[in-house]
Design a protein around this ligand. Structure first.
Ligand code: SDX
Length: 434
């Protein structure tokens, strides 16, 4: 829907271009500048895409000032309280909450796709035991394209749906295999009678020499964390999946690119960095010293788990995770968790500090999630893998939305060139030393 136009006048040529304004269902209007190079001979300039709407989407809506997060219009708080990760996965992938029958069929299909090709399991033996799990997961996900390359026609909706179910189903199996390889234990196969998160815990922690009973508190906590991490609009890793996918590449390769992007400490890798930071801070008495370092640009130290490109208010996911921390730690008999107490003090002190208040730096989704993962017995190096399992649903939802769009084109940003102007080749003998 076009609401009104902006008139852009070029002061050098006097030429005026009318830029259409488009309105969404909710949220800021966008200015369609796609013709300014044709009409005015200029590019827009927005490094890191801070104010650039890269696409139109119906999946997730964020209001950073109000701290609002909606999945297909449903508030994440309501889904966290009333839904399940499998139901949220269906919602994000298909656009609507499933009927009872649809939910049963979807979960059954996911269960039947949880095994991975035995050849894929052998890939793990090529990694050293101390390989970072995110390196293993991104590599094995990429190699899935070798197994499904000839049977994946991205222009066939049924092939796209099979890909979606396969990758959502297999991520926990691949993640668990990475963990088992790291600890030198045999792989544990998925069990079709177990629900998604229970299955994951079983593959992580079961051993062949004794029965394993899933702790329902742990399964429920994991399910809630996966709901909260499932999607987040056009974040760096989702934008990576969209850009890679826009070339028509194999979808498993595009998801692998998303895993690689998520790994960075400025993004999904922050949950692992938060625990390392809390252990480094150690005690409440040390908080002022580290807050001072966080404010000192020369220190290169940042308060991990704080700040967000979009949220300039509390990340609603962080609020929910902080609230369930107490409950989960108590139910797991881990409520004497010194790192959680330290995190609560750190948040309290930082949110009274002018540096953080003036920059609107609040705890984000990664600040408390590691506390729960730790309490579940998940190693710190696996925290971002947990994030990747959940975010695979969002990546796939965005890939499906983009590929199904008949107007899809390959993404190809331009640049502001500030390098050398044209110059001729100089023979080596005539080159002057710098
Ligand atoms: C995720 O995009 C998404 O949606 C991501 C995500 C998702 O679900 O996909 O929400 C998941 O990635 C959450 C973010 C996890 N990362 C961290 O917790 C790492 C620590 N945070 C930051 O590095 C930072 O806040 C970012 C990367 C999250 C956001 O960076 P921006 O938007 O580029 O902000 P900025 O670096 O320009 O910071 C603005 C100011 C700067 O100070 P000034 O130059 O104005 O003086 O705030 C400062 C920064 O130095 N600042 C921090 C800080 N974060 C920002 N100072 C200290 N500690 C921090 N954590």
């Amino acid at each position: 829907m076009t609401a009104k136009n902006f008139e852009l006048k070029n002061p050098n040529t006097g030429l005026t271009t009318s830029l259409p304004v488009r309105s969404g269902t909710i949220g800021p209007d966008v200015l369609d500048i796609s013709n300014i190079n044709r009409d005015q001979g200029v590019f827009s300039f927005d490094p890191a895409f801070g104010v650039t709407a890269s696409c139109e989407s119906k999946i997730t809506y964020i209001d950073g000032d109000a701290g609002i997060l909606l999945y297909r219009g449903y508030p994440v708080e309501e889904l966290a309280e009333k839904s399940s990760f499998m139901e949220v996965a269906y919602l994000l992938l298909y656009g609507e909450l499933p009927t009872v029958r649809q939910a049963q069929e979807f979960s059954a299909s996911i269960s039947r796709h949880t095994m991975i090709n035995e050849s894929l399991l052998r890939f793990f033996h090529g990694f050293h035991h101390n390989a970072h799990p995110m390196a293993m997961v991104s590599a094995v996900v990429a190699s899935m394209s070798a197994f499904y390359h000839d049977s994946t026609d991205i222009h066939d909706p049924r092939h796209r749906e099979i890909f979606a179910h396969r990758i959502v189903a297999k991520l926990p199996t691949i993640a668990a295999a990475a963990h088992k390889h790291s600890v030198g234990q045999p792989f544990v196969y998925p069990r079709n009678e177990l629900a998604y998160c229970s299955n994951m815990l079983s593959m992580f922690f079961a051993v062949p020499c004794e029965d394993y009973e899933v702790n329902p508190v742990a399964a429920k906590a994991l399910d809630l964390l996966f709901i909260l991490h499932a999607d987040h609009e056009q974040n760096a890793s989702t934008s990576t999946v969209r850009l890679a996918g826009s070339t028509g590449t194999n979808p498993y390769a595009a998801i692998s690119a998303g895993v690689a992007a998520l790994w960075g400490p400025a993004h999904g890798g922050a949950n692992e960095a938060v625990l390392a930071m809390l252990e480094q801070i150690g005690t409440v008495d040390n908080i002022p010293k580290y807050l001072a370092m966080a404010k000192d640009k020369s220190s290169h130290f940042r308060l991990m788990g704080f700040g967000h490109r979009v949220y300039k208010n509390f990340d609603p996911r962080a609020k929910i995770i902080r609230e369930i921390c107490h409950e989960v730690l108590a139910k797991l008999g881990r409520n004497d968790n010194p790192l959680f107490e330290l995190a609560l003090h750190l948040e309290e002190i930082a949110l009274k500090d002018e540096y953080f208040v003036s920059r609107k730096l609040y705890p984000n989704v990664d600040f408390y999630s590691g506390i729960i993962y730790s309490a579940l017995g998940i190693p710190r190096s696996m925290f971002t893998v947990m994030f990747a399992i959940a975010r695979t649903v969002g990546w796939v939802a965005h890939w499906l939305e983009m590929i199904a769009d008949p107007g899809m084109r390959i993404g190809r940003p331009r640049q502001l060139y500030t390098g050398a102007a044209r110059r001729d080749y100089v023979p080596a003998a005539l080159r002057k030393t710098a």
